[in-house]
Design a binder for this molecule. Structure first.
Ligand code: ADP
Ligand code: YYY
Length: 672
């Protein structure tokens, strides 16, 4: 996951390959709650690992469920068998609507029948998301619920015991959020032992596919709800949650929408294959596929996979009632930018009460890119965009805003003036798809020249590696420690007893280096060479082999291969002058020889390697001289490099300066 303040996406050009989706959020949290209320143990496979499921798991633990994950990643949930084990508990539910609503209903009924007190709260946004219709329905039954902040919104205090009236149908509004009905359906079996319980929906029920998932999962846990249309549901007398044993969670169909869109926009060669959802999925959002097809996508599907290619290009504008795909429909608003006519998405009032007001959020952010957007209380219209502006996209702590705006990075497919897109707070995707951006980068390609590079060149022990690592971490970029390639090449040659002055023999070794980088360690063939690489003696040998033009040529492609999405920070001697001459920022880092010798001395001592400061200084001056005076790519600043002498700076000061210089080169500076 990219735990950074912003992630810059350079222009992306094509897509293809295979994506395995994380588990569905809706199914995961319903399964967890049902498993938690059941008797016995449920073995949950392919559970989504995300913020929202973490919230539900923490709550189940508080309630006394036993949770164990085995080495295969299967979660074993032993439920409470509908018996409260705690009497007075506070639950913090973050911004997880799929936890707040059903837990409110279940706990309100449990304290009504068994006594106790629960307080449910969340982040500030959760306290702005209405829950009044559910609270009213539960109060109508006799539950005691207090809204401790504003009436109709969390936080809530649930107390009991209290007498329940279950003879009359429970009435709940269905036109704001189907999650209220889902919450009641999931919870009312708790009190349907002696008599059937009837739920009546007031108003037109929205988001029916989510209710369908609820009913299907209830059936798996032994509750066969009788349904009369979408207005009346009866939970039969004698209902009891029974663990089905093993449950497999489907891939998340809403998450699939970004990759379906990706295929429709950019899979011009191989298709984009999406594993985890298909025509047999329970989730209504698989019908996003039909909307994408209407916009031009070519889709093949099996029971649990989809393959998507570009069909029509540009895409076609559509006019669609999105009631059946409320979450996935946000993706259509971004696809609309690539269409040949405006796209109108209707019946999306529920967008206004999600993680953020999604209609307002989409309109504001699309406009930043230059798009013309109109909006109404329950609709949005997006016009095709050809004159794009680089933009810094605010994500409102809303995972779907972050994910669907990543698709705007393909603007170079409809304009010659491709722009980069900045996604602010990219880690909000943790709500449902923590590795979304990593997964995206595996199946998309950019032109190498579009992938930004920062180079840091300079003499030994000037702090290049340190600065490169911290800056790359801050930007989410890949790091190239080019010195380590020269070091590895020298080590490999030395191990084979090759004369380091024999340029061609060393170059042949360099061209066939079998290096791998795993969990912070470096491997040469089967050997872990991490520690050997850092020895001063290895540095000296590296400097020696690095003087051969043939060796430099042999290692060139290996270094170019590090230019990967979303960007690169490369440190060495000739990164800015020879390997990445088009880098957007070049830094030449220096410090006095005395300072550098002192730093290296400290570094070695801290690693338990004995060293003499005077001989270190002598070695580094010799090495500087060789690196500067060699004929092939000698160490010197590029003409357009920025000079940084950090002799008197802390690491933090150097990093801040570099990041400020970087910000000056970016097109977003004014918007941040
Ligand atoms: N600006 C700085 N101020 C103080 N110490 C630094 C600074 N930059 C780096 N160092 C320290 O100097 C040592 C050498 O840095 P390193 O990044 O390995 O240099 P290089 O990659 O240029 O050889 C490290 O122990 C590092 O913590
Ligand atoms: N891009 C590069 C990187 C390193 N080299 C050579 C010259 C250096 O003395 C050695 C070792 O480099 P490295 O960056 O690991 O050395 P320091 O960490 O700065 O001591 O490799 C090079 O010629 N070109």
């Amino acid at each position: 996951m990219f735990k950074i303040p912003f992630l810059d996406l350079p222009p992306l050009r094509s897509a293809g390959g295979t994506v395995r989706l994380p588990g569905s959020k809706s199914i995961s949290n319903r399964v967890l709650l049902l498993a938690g209320l059941s008797e016995g143990t449920t073995h949950v496979h392919d559970l989504l690992d995300s913020d929202d499921t973490a919230v539900m798991l923490a709550s189940l633990k508080e309630l006394g469920c036993d949770l164990r994950t085995d080495t295969d990643g299967v979660l074993h949930v032993t439920g409470i068998g509908a018996q409260l084990r705690t009497a007075d508990t506070k639950l913090f539910l973050g911004n997880a609507g799929t936890a707040m609503r059903p837990l409110t209903a279940a706990l309100a009924l449990l304290v009504a029948t068994q006594g106790g007190q629960f307080e449910l709260s969340g982040v500030p946004r959760m306290h702005e998301r209405p829950i009044g219709d559910l609270v009213d329905a539960l109060r109508g039954l006799g539950c005691q619920i207090e809204c401790t902040g504003q009436e109709g919104y969390p936080p809530l205090k649930l107390t009991g015991p209290s007498a329940l009236q279950l003879d009359q149908p429970v009435r709940v509004r269905g036109d704001v959020s189907s999650q209220f009905l889902t919450a009641l359906l999931l919870a009312l079996p708790l009190v349907a032992q002696d008599r059937p319980v009837v739920i009546e929906v007031v108003g037109e029920l929205i988001s029916r596919p989510y209710v369908f998932i609820t009913l299907a999962l209830l059936a798996r846990f032994g509750i066969e709800v009788q349904q009369e249309g979408w207005q009346r549901f009866t939970i039969p007398a004698g209902s009891r949650y029974r663990s089905p044993g093993a449950v497999h969670v489907e891939g998340d169909a809403s998450s699939a929408s970004y990759f379906v869109a990706l295929g429709a926009i950019a899979a011009t060669g191989d298709p984009l294959r999406i594993e985890g959802v298909g025509h047999a999925s329970l989730q209504g959002d698989v019908r996003f596929v039909e909307a994408a097809q209407a916009m031009g996508a070519r889709v093949e599907q099996g029971p649990n996979w989809l393959e998507v290619r570009r069909g029509a290009w540009p895409l076609h504008g559509i006019d669609l009632d999105c009631n059946h795909i409320p979450d996935a429909a946000m993706t259509l608003a971004v696809m609309a930018l690539y269409a040949d006519s405006p796209t109108t998405l209707r019946n999306i009032a529920s967008w206004r009460v999600k993680e953020t007001d999604r209609i307002a959020a989409m309109a504001t952010e699309l406009q930043k890119l230059g798009a013309q957007v109109e909006e109404g209380p329950d609709w949005i219209r997006v016009h095709p965009l050809r004159d794009w502006q680089a933009a810094s996209i605010h994500t409102y702590d809303d995972h779907r805003v972050a994910m669907c705006f990543s698709l705007t990075a393909f603007n170079g497919l409809v304009t010659p003036n491709a722009v980069s897109v900045r996604i602010l707070d990219p880690q909000c995707v943790a709500k449902t798809f923590p590795d979304y951006f990593e997964t995206l980068f595996e199946v998309v390609e950019a032109h190498a020249e579009d992938i930004p590079v920062i180079t840091i060149d300079g003499p030994t022990a000037s702090g290049k590696g340190t600065l490169a690592d911290v800056a790359a971490h801050a930007l989410g970029y890949v790091v190239l420690d080019s010195g380590s390639l020269y070091r590895a090449c020298a080590l490999a040659a030395d191990r084979e007893d090759i004369d380091l002055n024999d340029a061609n023999a060393v170059a042949a070794i360099g061209a066939n280096l079998n290096l791998s980088f795993k969990r912070g360690r470096v491997w040469l063939d089967e050997d872990d060479i991490t520690d050997a690489l850092r020895l001063e003696a290895t540095g000296l040998m590296a400097s020696q082999v690095a003087a051969h033009p043939a060796v430099r040529a042999a290692l060139n492609q290996l270094q170019l291969n590090f230019r990967r999405l979303p960007g690169l920070v490369a440190d060495g001697r000739d990164m800015g002058t020879a390997v990445f001459p088009d880098a957007a920022l070049k830094v030449f880092l220096t410090a006095s020889a005395a300072t550098r010798a002192e730093r290296r001395h400290k570094q070695l001592i801290s690693k338990g390697i004995s060293a003499n400061i005077e001989s270190l200084r002598q070695d580094l001056e010799n090495r500087d001289a060789r690196d500067k005076n060699r004929a092939a790519s000698p160490l010197h600043p590029a003409l357009d490099a920025r000079m940084l002498d950090n002799s008197l700076q802390t690491i933090e000061e150097s990093v801040e300066l570099l990041l400020n210089w970087w910000a000056e080169t970016r097109p977003f500076a004014a918007q941040r």
